[in-house]
Write a protein that binds this ligand. Structure first.
Ligand code: GDP
Length: 180
């Protein structure tokens, strides 16, 4: 049996749990292991593949002391090490706020580990189309300096459902690329 892992990272409160819930809402196969304060894993089984969705701990509390940032980076570096089955890390960014300085250590860690990663905007329902375009433009500029980051940005809202089926389809594509 082949296994494929997809992880979700992002600042605390970015809407990560809501997005993962929206993605898995219609799946009868979800098995949730919810241990507070730890990485949460959702496992999906099909005939010849296991899909694991990994909900990484949120980072970037407004007043996070330096040692906390270091601890997160160390945890992530350890997690990313030798993760051959990890097909992609989705880095969630709140559409209202765009990329923040606290996203930089996470993007650095992913780039250094050469893990395929992609930005997903969350809470798209909370801003107008013009603001979304501005947000996308500034993230595209920032990503130009990050070759390990996938250039396409997905726009989602767990609340309105926008972009959820597209993200689900993207995950299904990663799964089929990896499972044969
Ligand atoms: P997490 O800390 O990243 O897991 O974030 P949560 O999923 O717990 O959401 C944090 C806050 O953002 C909550 O108050 C949610 O109601 C809100 N939120 C989550 N998703 C959306 C969304 O798609 N649109 C809007 N407007 N708010 C959202």
């Amino acid at each position: 049996m082949h296994g494929v892992e997809i992880a979700f990272a992002g600042r605390s409160n970015v809407g990560k749990s809501s997005l993962v819930n929206a993605l898995t809402r219609h799946s009868a196969l979800a098995r949730v292991s919810n241990t507070p304060g730890r990485t949460q894993e959702l496992l999906f089984f099909s005939a010849n593949t296991t899909l694991t969705l990994v909900d990484m701990p949120g980072y970037g509390y407004a007043a996070a002391p330096k040692h906390k940032v270091k601890a997160w980076s160390a945890l992530i570096a350890a997690y990313l090490q030798g993760r051959a089955n990890l097909a992609r890390v989705y880095v969630l960014v709140d559409a209202r706020h765009g990329l923040k300085s606290s996203d930089q250590p996470a993007l650095d860690a992913l780039g250094e580990a050469a893990v395929s990663h992609q930005i997903v905007l969350t809470k798209a329902d909370a801003v107008g189309p013009g603001a979304i375009e501005d947000c996308l433009a500034s993230i595209h500029t920032a990503l130009a300096k990050r070759p390990a980051a996938f250039p396409e940005i997905l726009v989602t809202s767990a609340r309105s459902g926008a972009g959820i089926s597209e993200l689900r389809a993207a995950i299904a594509r990663l799964l089929s690329e990896r499972s044969h």
